[in-house]
Design a protein around this ligand. Structure first.
Ligand code: GLP
Length: 636
């Protein structure tokens, strides 16, 4: 593939294509694979594919399956080699990469089972070295890998080549990084269950493939993507060694590309059009970079940072500073539902109608209070009609120990106090828990009970925020109830349920999240469902008068220039929010999403994020608040 270097991409050391969506990127890669297989099939030769696991390639595999089923693409002459496998897991373990590949691809196409290679996770410790050599030999015997698909971990690993892996490394046993294990914690229902070792192809093995495609989606990957594409080659970020390959393309979505210089600071590498959006982004960035408040920026700050054009067009600095100060000032409001009888020409939310019907969408219980607990409380206090809808039950995130506690309580009450049927239900669930072990799939009874435990926590939390429990909707969207992390499939049934809720509530404003997240994550799918439902409701009267506010969540925050509404919280209001978070007891030991932040629990992370935003506003020269929750306007 030819790499066109332009002014904007001059800092990029790997050809990188940015797509509107993950699906669009997957189509390009699926086309390359299809072309190769068809050419090889026609020539009576085999195609050798290197495959990856994780959420990232799932949509690509779905597209390949579709082409097999609907367009007759045959994998009968394809040989596959997977990058890696957790050491210690049997091939039928629900979280083994062998099982993942069977479920996500192998079982749905005509690949010959003997042609699918995944490192053996159960090989005896003494035999690991030989087994890794055999894996390399098998790749060589097949003629080498024609196309290798890669994802990327947040440590910059490819396969499981963690920091420290050099470009010469071959297939071997490795120790997993803590961040990698934390990222896998949800799949394994707790970090302590994540294996400590894995067998992985080496960086050298990967570099030997003829063509490489690395895929990455969502903002969680944006930072590592920028470091890999624009940074120097280093063992600290093994993916940077891909810069050595002469046929490697990164196919990524907008969110994953958001920290590349051409996306986040384009004025540093070329001439750009100064729209309202880019101006706001650049000036707020300039203030943060120079450590000055907006009103203290001077002409030199602009000229020394690639913004001379802006100064010519809209300067001098004094004018630009005042204008951007006012724009930022106007994002601040204590009235997230709009202030009745007030001039709303510079307020984020309109004054009428009042009171409003405010719909809070929370992908799982906890997202609501954690990301906008203070705002919810304000909306209610100002007399708005607040509805909180939990899109999924969140039952996958409840540890078995919590179910066991509930069951033991019921058993202890005994038939004297609860009925025969209740007791027999409790003992049945107890048996199911014992039988499934640590990693077995939950039975429907266990999942239901886990969901109910989260409901009770959500109620308790909502009460802390002043919301009565009749205002809560537990949607239990089917994609989640019938799925498992990384394997969810959205259907019309999900969209229909969302439409029904929207048509019942007829909201004047909706608070939602999931935009820009990893497309297979629960928030992203919840948002996809909302978008589809909004499209279907576009003809309804309420839709025309409905504002949509995006909260970033669950472990991140909008950047200053993205904020359209900033709701300040007093110290007391913020403490109340923290109390609300505490009510989610089952989530105390859970990692609050893929945070790159310091804190490892949701209340500390909420403090870090909300107080951090307040500090940013303060440093920009605006009022000093204790904490701020913020939102971005979404255009329907
Ligand atoms: C694991 C795999 C990698 C994968 C990475 C990212 O560490 N060994 O091959 O690229 O996860 O996972 P995800 O695609 O879920 O973000």
């Amino acid at each position: 593939m030819t790499h066109l270097v332009s002014e904007l991409t001059q800092l990029e050391r790997i050809p990188t294509q940015i797509y509107e969506s993950a699906d669009a990127a997957c189509l390009t890669v699926a086309d390359a694979i299809t072309d190769l297989i068809q050419q090889r099939n026609a020539a009576g030769k085999a195609t050798v594919l290197g495959l990856a696991t994780g959420s990232t390639p799932v949509r690509l595999y779905r597209e390949l399956i579709r082409r097999h089923q609907q367009e007759g693409l045959s994998f009968a002459n394809v040989i596959t080699f997977n990058l890696d496998e957790y050491y210690g897991l049997a091939g039928d373990h629900p979280e083994s990469y062998r099982k993942f590949m069977q479920d996500q691809l192998f079982d749905h196409v005509d690949l010959k089972p003997e042609n699918t290679y995944v490192p053996d996770g159960l090989v005896d410790r003494d035999a690991v070295f030989q087994s890794c050599k055999d894996y390399e030999a098998a790749i060589a015997d097949a003629g080498g890998i024609d196309i290798q698909i890669l994802g990327i971990g947040r440590t910059g690993h490819i396969g499981f080549n963690e920091p420290g892996s050099g470009p010469e490394t071959l297939t071997r046993l490795v120790t997993l990084d803590n961040l990698t294990r934390r990222d896998a914690a949800r799949d394994f229902l707790g970090e302590e269950n994540v294996p400590r070792h894995a067998i992985t192809m080496g960086v050298g093995t990967i570099l030997a493939a003829h063509q490489l495609f690395l895929l990455a989606w969502g903002e969680g990957k944006a930072s590592i993507m920028a470091q890999t594409v624009e940074g120097k080659q280093t063992e600290t970020i093994p993916a940077t060694f891909l810069q050595q390959h002469n046929n490697c393309t990164f196919c990524i979505d907008q969110a994953a590309a958001s920290q590349l210089t051409r996306q986040c600071h384009p004025w540093l590498v070329g001439r750009i059009e100064w729209t309202e959006e880019t101006t706001r982004k650049a000036v707020l960035w300039l203030a943060q970079k120079t450590g000055k408040s907006l009103l203290k920026l001077v002409d030199e700050d602009y000229t020394e940072n690639g913004m001379s054009d802006l100064l010519v067009e809209q300067g001098p600095a004094y004018d630009l500073n005042i204008r951007l100060f006012n724009v930022t000032q106007h994002t601040i409001t204590g009235w997230p539902g709009g202030k009745p009888n007030a001039d709303d020409s510079h307020r984020p939310e309109r004054a009428t109608p009042y009171p409003k019907r405010s719909l809070i969408l929370s992908p799982e219980p906890l997202d609501d209070v954690y990301c906008l607990g203070g705002t919810i409380n304000r909306l209610k206090q100002h007399g708005n009609q607040v509805t909180i809808a939990y899109q999924t039950s969140g039952n996958l995130a409840v540890p078995d120990t919590e179910v066991r506690r509930a069951i033991e309580l019921m058993i202890e009450l005994g038939t004297d106090r609860i009925g025969e049927a209740d007791l027999s239900y409790a003992t049945t669930v107890e048996t199911q828990l014992n039988e499934k072990g640590s990693f077995g799939a939950d039975t429907s009874e266990i999942r239901q009970l886990k969901g109910l435990i989260r409901r009770s926590e959500a109620r308790s939390s909502a009460r802390t925020l002043g919301i009565d429990t009749e205002s809560l909707h537990f949607m239990d969207l089917p994609f989640y109830e019938e799925g498992r992390y990384r394997r969810f499939i959205v259907t019309q049934a999900d969209i229909a349920k969302m439409c029904e809720l929207l048509e019942t509530v007829k909201p004047h404003q909706i608070f939602a999240t999931g935009y820009g997240h990893d497309p297979l994550s629960v928030p992203a799918l919840s948002f996809e469902i909302l978008s589809a439902a909004l499209e279907q409701c576009a003809g309804s009267e309420w839709f025309k008068d409905c504002n949509i506010w995006l909260y970033k969540g669950p472990a991140d925050e909008w950047e200053a220039h993205e904020i359209d509404m900033a709701v300040p919280l007093s110290p007391d209001e913020f403490e109340n929010k923290i109390q609300g978070i505490y009510q989610h007891q089952t989530q105390r030991s859970q990692s609050p999403g893929r945070a790159s932040k310091k804190s490892s629990n949701s209340w500390d992370l909420a403090r870090e994020i909300n107080c951090g935003t307040a500090e940013i506003y303060d440093a920009l020269g605006l009022a000093e608040y204790e904490a701020i929750e913020c939102f971005k306007r979404y255009s329907k």
